[in-house]
Ligand binder design. Structure first.
Ligand code: NAD
Length: 293
């Protein structure tokens, strides 16, 4: 019997590649429900769908910020159960914290944190009663260490870590596994889809020039990192497949294989200062030398 998989955020990026990857399993081991915030964004997904996917892939509307839409998607799963739930939908936000609009900050939390919470609330009772299931969440190294100008995004992804780790402790009593797939930079629409605060002249006037110049340097750093180190969604799908196929899935997977050194610093140097210095040196090297003097 195929495993029933439901994935959030499949209009692009990791969600889309994972949905198509699982639905293309030659043995047809998976029935995939690829869910999208709005169905008018299904064109890209449809382009990847072939006759092969007729009985392995269905597309459903599901906005993770709308409880009614989550329940309606859940109720449209023909098999009446979800074996593997992938909470992948997410949005980013970058920029100096003091100019961010509170609505935009709340929107990020609504999708990344409350969207994941609400999705879990909808599917947990059935998994618990069947004493079976695997929950996978697209995490971020930005959920493990802080990044300047990403305060709100990191806060949302740090929250996901606490949520998943807490749940995992409880759910082992229900034979339900929880896995976080920790991604570094990935080539997707993520940067294009960043939430935006319209930073008008007023806000910029209020912002000190030092912060502004550090932000410009951060953006350059970010561009270089994405150019040199971003993974393709296929690399992320492979890690997802490892986790999904494993009889004993781990709680945490790093998509680049090893624990990034900056994440290690958090556990080996618990006072936290070494990490802050190292990240500062990485992003703002000259300033770091000045700070050390
Ligand atoms: P993406 O922008 O291509 O995909 C994000 C998906 O989330 C889109 O399909 C979008 O429509 C969906 N989404 C947004 N709001 C939604 C809502 N309210 N309801 C349902 N779906 C919604 O970017 P991606 O890189 O594929 O992002 C997927 C996940 O990967 C996110 O959780 C993101 O935080 C995480 N991630 C991405 C990167 C990266 O560099 N791309 C790095 C680390 C983690």
């Amino acid at each position: 019997m195929p495993k029933v998989v439901l994935i959030t955020g499949c209009s692009s990026g990791i969600g889309l590649s994972l949905a198509v990857g699982l639905a293309s399993d030659p043995e047809k081991n998976y029935k995939v429900y690829a869910t999208l915030k709005t169905l008018n964004k299904k064109q890209r997904l449809l382009k990847s769908v072939t006759e092969f996917h007729r009985d392995t892939l269905d597309i459903l509307q599901m906005d993770v910020t709308d409880r009614a839409s989550i329940m309606s998607a859940r109720d449209r799963v023909q098999e009446g159960r979800v074996d593997i739930l992938v909470c992948n939908a997410g949005v980013g936000l970058m920029g100096p914290l003091e100019v961010q609009d509170s609505k935009v900050m709340k929107d990020v939390m609504e999708v990344n944190l409350f969207g994941t919470l609400q999705t879990l609330q909808a599917f947990l009772p059935d998994m618990k009663s069947r004493r079976e299931g695997h929950i996978l969440v697209t995490g971020s190294t930005g959920g493990l260490h802080g990044l300047p100008f990403n305060e709100v995004y990191c806060a949302s992804k740090f929250a996901i870590e606490g949520l998943c780790e807490s749940l995992a402790v409880l759910l082992q009593h229900f034979n339900i596994r929880v896995s976080i797939i920790e991604c570094g930079p990935v080539n997707t629409d993520f940067m294009l889809n960043l939430q935006k605060t319209e930073i008008g002249d007023c806000a910029l006037d209020a912002l000190d020039s030092h912060t502004l110049s550090l932000y410009e340097r951060f953006l350059l750093h970010c561009g270089t990192v994405f150019q040199n180190a971003a993974q393709d969604t296929e690399d992320i799908v492979k890690v997802y497949l490892d986790a999904i196929r494993s009889p004993e899935p781990a709680f945490r997977y790093f998509t680049s294989g090893t624990v990034p050194p900056l994440v290690k610093l958090k556990t080996t140097q618990p006072d936290g200062l070494e990490y802050i210095r190292a990240m500062g040196e990485l992003i703002f090297p000259q300033d770091h030398e000045e700070l050390q003097q």
